[in-house]
Design a protein around this ligand. Structure first.
Ligand code: SIN
Length: 290
């Protein structure tokens, strides 16, 4: 298997937005659930560019869900309440009253689950006049640009990821971190597994390429202490998010981003204190990393 580089597209237009990753897709109205041939091209564009963006879409929650279901089952967030009318959709809201934002540190979605999310679809309902962009980082490049010696080291490691103690959350639990600082509702995950161990280098099941599967949920490496692991985690996170491995997306109302969590991290920038940002997020179920 290999990534379909420069795949020929007959039904969609694909315009790259950065050297490392990311492309805008034109010629598609997602409210008319795409036919199989168009969907196959969208999949090729996703695998080639890792994150794809659709502009000027007018989608109801049911439209967004119908498109998301074409990619697999819907993953319910164990910690956050979905929309009352559509529990599969997580409304990401930040208002001027909120100090924190959701997703405001580098991470790959649901890395703490035994089967982390394959992909995430984020649809912009309301965006600030400036700011609120999202950054993405290419984890294939992160792996491929390590030295031979470092690759030999990381090839043998397994990472322990924890859902409720995000590294970027000052060591606080998710509930304490967001308490009084974010309108979104945190819920008790019940008996859903929220700590998991995955290979630090995973093979993408569709492209066959290896990616450095690191993110903000990683606490330590298996058979190592936190203190032993931390310096290496810091190095790998810094390396994986080097500017030349990233792209940055400027949202407009009606934009939809779809990213592949198996080979990317992302970071929602919190730089719009006096404005409101409302997004609708659907996460697609993934498989066990290997
Ligand atoms: C997320 O981490 O899923 C949120 C990303 C964003 O709001 O830009």
């Amino acid at each position: 298997m290999s990534t379909p580089r420069n795949a020929p597209y007959r039904h969609i237009e694909v315009t790259r937005i950065a050297g490392a990753m990311g492309a805008e897709i034109g010629g598609v109205d997602l409210s008319q659930n795409p036919g199989d041939e168009v969907l196959a091209e969208i999949r090729a564009a996703l695998l080639e560019n890792l994150v794809i963006f659709f502009r000027d879409q007018t989608l109801t929650p049911d439209d967004q869900l119908a498109f998301a279901r074409r990619w697999g089952g819907i993953h319910l967030h164990p910690f956050m309440e979905g929309m009352p009318s559509h529990p599969e959709i997580l409304e990401i809201v930040k208002t001027p009253a909120d100090k924190k934002n959701f997703g405001g540190s580098w991470h790959s979605d649901q890395m703490f689950s035994p089967q982390p999310a394959m992909g995430t679809m984020l649809y912009a309902k309301q965006v600030p006049s400036a700011g609120g962009d999202t950054l993405f980082a290419n984890l294939y490049l992160a792996y491929e640009t390590l030295s031979d010696g470092m690759r030999r080291l990381v090839d043998g490691l397994r990472a322990v990821s924890i859902g409720d103690h995000f590294k970027g959350h000052d060591g606080k639990s998710r509930k304490d971190y967001y308490a009084d600082k974010l309108a979104m509702k945190v819920r008790d995950p019940g008996n859903v597994q929220t700590t998991s161990v995955h290979p630090l280098v995973r093979t993408h099941p569709e492209t066959g390429r290896k990616a450095l599967f690191i993110g903000g949920h990683v606490h330590r490496f298996e058979d190592m202490t936190e203190a032993e692991s931390q310096k290496l985690i810091d190095f790998l996170m810094d390396h994986a998010t080097r500017p030349e491995f990233t792209c940055r997306f400027r949202w407009r109302t009606g934009s939809l981003a779809f990213w592949d969590n198996r080979c990317t991290q992302h970071f929602a920038i919190n730089d719009y204190p006096a404005e409101t940002r409302i997004m609708q997020r659907i996460t697609i179920c993934g498989d066990t990393p290997y």
